[in-house]
Design a protein. Structure first.
Length: 255
């Protein structure tokens, strides 16, 4: 989006600036395509924009926005976490359609950093988020399954580089009654059986690992499409439901 779209040239009044003629709802939709840091920066455009960022229905948190704000990785990480906490705390108490964040996990204090990320996910779900996407770098997030106890409106979940501890799928089945799509990438799975009564699309991408010896299985009567990317020697989860046909399953082999 060009700068001219966002900022009127000097001497042009608000009435003459096309974007300022828009109602709040279309403005918020446009702003939802920006990262959270960029969204906050729009508050300096005019008095009208001062608090618009508090109501964006889609929140995208990206650590790249802080790459030039401090000299060391540790300082950038502190700024990033402070920003996310403040942004979520000061956001207006309205429904959140989508929440997406990337997080650089440090190996020095995995418990503390996992706690931060779990709190962000919990906050998003308490704001009735319908879609949550979590992408972790360097280390795996220790996800606490109980954060999904507030996920009654969650419809789409995408997790990358996460420990899915025992009971994760049972928690989703119990609490996330609206969940239709689940995408897993580079995750450690500790449940021998993947169960759900609502999932229609399940994707288990390359580098996901089942952390046990027995044969994993899938019990999802509602499943319409299942994609599983595998390497040689990798355990393939076996669908229990006879209604899941070959036409609805896709297996990708990586040698």
């Amino acid at each position: 989006m060009s700068d001219e779209t966002w900022v009127a040239p000097a001497g042009v009044t608000g009435a003459e600036c096309r974007i300022n003629a828009l109602h709040d709802n279309p403005l918020l939709i446009i702003m939802s395509n920006l990262s959270a840091c960029q969204v906050v920066q729009t508050c300096v455009l005019s008095q009208r924009w001062r608090n618009l960022w508090r109501s964006v229905p889609r929140v995208i948190v990206a650590p790249e926005d802080f790459s030039d704000m401090a000299d060391t990785a540790e300082e950038r990480e502190v700024l990033f976490k402070k920003f996310v906490n403040r942004f979520l705390m000061l956001r207006n108490p309205i429904a959140l359609d989508e929440f997406e964040f990337c997080y650089n996990m440090s190996r020095y204090d995995l418990d503390a950093e996992s706690e931060d990320a779990n709190l962000w996910i919990l906050h998003a779900l308490e704001c009735n988020a319908q879609s949550v996407k979590v992408t972790i770098w360097y280390e795996l997030l220790r996800l606490v399954p109980t954060v999904f106890a507030s996920g009654r409106l969650l419809m789409k979940l995408h997790l990358s580089s996460v420990h899915l501890s025992y009971g994760f799928f049972r928690q989703l089945e119990t609490s996330c009654k609206a969940l239709k799509q689940l995408f897993l990438d580079d995750c450690c799975i500790y449940d021998a059986e993947i169960t759900s009564n609502t999932l229609k699309v399940l994707t288990i991408d390359m580098n996901c690992r089942f952390m046990f010896d027995e044969q994993p299985s899938i019990s999802i009567p509602s499943l319409v499409y299942f994609t599983f990317s595998m390497e040689d020697g990798k355990k393939i989860p076996f669908p229990k439901e006879h209604g899941i046909t070959g036409d609805s399953m896709c297996f990708t082999q990586y040698l």
